[in-house]
Ligand binder design. Structure first.
Ligand code: ADP
Length: 163
């Protein structure tokens, strides 16, 4: 029998955007299983707690049978090995993403040559969409309904961000 193809999509997801969800949906068509994992990174200041980010991702992916959500700490490649993932999913939006993703992919390759990095391009409407910009727009009172799910929009509002 063929081995199940499992991919790990790691990230901050602070908060998850429609760009993240689009990538998850597309990765779920390519791989048998996709594990989306919120990375615990104490060096980064985040708006939402790990638990809130996991909840938002669960809410956004409930319709996808082969997608599961979790969190992790430590090296991404170690977590990938622990869960039996053969690939890391990352997104490449603009040229500036490329240098960062390339250096991370090469370092991860050195750390664990068994796990490869697969980069997907965003769908066109999400090309310039980032969690950081969503937070900035919301903080300035702008509407973010085109960028996140209604549930995420409500959570931003509950943090006294957004209209
Ligand atoms: P990180 O802090 O790991 O970069 P992010 O949550 O910002 O976490 O992003 C996780 C991954 O998703 C990154 O590879 C990023 O390039 C990708 N990504 C973020 N937003 C989008 C988007 N709108 N379209 C496609 N990929 C995206």
């Amino acid at each position: 029998m063929l081995k199940e193809r499992k991919a790990l999509y790691p990230g901050s997801f602070d908060p998850p955007t429609l760009g993240h969800l689009d990538l998850i949906e597309r990765a779920a068509k390519i791989f048998d299983q996709v594990v989306v994992a919120v990375a615990r990174n104490d060096a980064k200041v985040s708006l939402f707690s790990i638990e809130e980010r996991v909840e938002m991702l669960i809410e956004g992916t409930g319709h996808l049978e082969n997608v599961s959500i979790t969190s992790f700490e430590g090296l991404t490649v170690d977590f990938a090995r622990d869960i039996g993932a053969m690939a890391l999913i990352r997104g490449l939006r603009v040229l500036s993403d490329f240098e960062f993703e390339l250096s991370m992919a090469i370092n991860n390759q050195k750390l664990n040559p068994e796990v490869d990095t697969v980069c997907l391009m965003p769908s066109e409407p999400y090309l310039f969409l980032s969690s950081r910009q969503v937070k900035e727009i919301a903080a300035l009172g702008g509407k973010v309904g085109h960028y996140v799910t209604p549930q995420v929009e409500a959570r931003l509002r509950a943090k006294k961000l957004g209209k």
